[in-house]
Design a protein around this ligand. Structure first.
Ligand code: CO8
Length: 259
């Protein structure tokens, strides 16, 4: 698959999507958003793809929405771009397959929001995070006001959005914005290791777990637990459940067939 603003590679079931506009620190304009939509649609439909690793080329993961494009937009065009970005990020969040963000550098504004739409965030020690939108007279519009407080809590979410403070990877890890931090040279290797760990599990269980967490998180616990009960049934009915449990009892690795 070829994209103007992305690099794409499929290796051993892992799709690598790299935002590739390093001159503008991978800023998201309408064209990049279209490419991301096309790429994530394609990986979702490709049975060879089991998991996705999303990263950025150069010193940024993504430094935000493209300010040079946004400055000239009318109000309606700005709204359209916001809705487009939200649709792409919602799609990533609800993709059938797990998505790991390998955050190599700046993840600011729309870049931080993009990372937050992924299932798991692994950051290089060189990564920097922030929601600097209020510096530009706007608020986060690609989901940041909703996903950030859900990850780091309401107070810290407000602090980061209202102060526009840029934080380093260590602080992002401390507040729960990322799940792992590693030296820069180990970033892709660690992301691959995590991807392979997840790929070794029953795919139907991974898909169900993602669904239960994504859709349950905004419910009260009682309703969420009832929802979990509904989702629980599908993997329990699957052949892979019998294989997983039999393999445990026979003290051998499970051979999951996605059945
Ligand atoms: N948009 C456009 N161009 C950018 C962006 C960006 N977000 N970030 C960096 N660039 C460009 C710079 O303008 C520069 O271009 P040039 O070489 O032509 O001058 C090039 O990338 C390199 O950047 P710097 O020279 O600034 O590199 P530094 O290492 O000195 O600084 C920073 C790196 C700190 C990341 C700095 O570039 C910066 O502060 N960038 C802006 C970060 C920002 O404010 N991001 C938030 C944008 S708003 C947003 O994301 C809203 C999302 C919702 C939008 C809804 C749709 C309407």
């Amino acid at each position: 698959m070829m994209y103007k603003n992305l690099l794409y590679e499929l290796k051993e079931g892992i799709a690598y999507i790299t935002v590739n506009k390093p001159k503008s620190l991978n800023a998201l304009n309408n064209e990049v958003l279209d490419d991301l939509y096309a790429a994530f649609t394609a990986v979702n439909n490709d049975p060879e793809v089991k998991i996705v690793i999303l990263t950025g080329e150069g010193k940024a993961f993504v430094a935000g929405a493209d300010i040079s494009e946004m400055v000239g937009l009318s109000t309606l065009e700005g709204r359209d771009m916001m809705i487009k970005g939200q649709s792409v990020f919602n799609m990533i969040e609800t993709l059938d397959k797990p998505v790991i963000a390998a955050i190599n550098g700046f993840a600011l504004g729309g870049g931080c929001e993009l990372a937050m739409a992924c299932d798991i965030r692994i950051a290089s020690e060189k990564a920097k995070f922030g929601q600097p939108e209020v510096n530009l007279g706007i608020i986060p519009g690609f989901g940041g006001t909703q996903r950030l407080p859900r990850l780091v809590g309401k107070g810290m979410g407000k602090y980061l959005i209202m102060t526009a403070e840029m934080i380093d990877a260590q602080e992002a890890y401390r507040i729960g914005l990322v799940e792992r931090i590693v030296p820069a040279e180990e970033l892709m290797g660690t992301a691959e290791k995590v991807a392979k760990t997840i790929m070794a599990k029953a795919p139907i269980a991974i898909k169900a777990a993602k669904l239960a967490i994504n859709n349950g998180i905004s419910l009260d616990v009682k309703t969420g637990v009832a929802y979990e009960a509904e989702i629980f049934v599908a993997p329990f009915c699957a052949e892979d459940r019998v294989e997983g449990m039999t393999a445990f009892l026979e003290k051998r690795p499970a051979k999951f067939q996605n059945k």
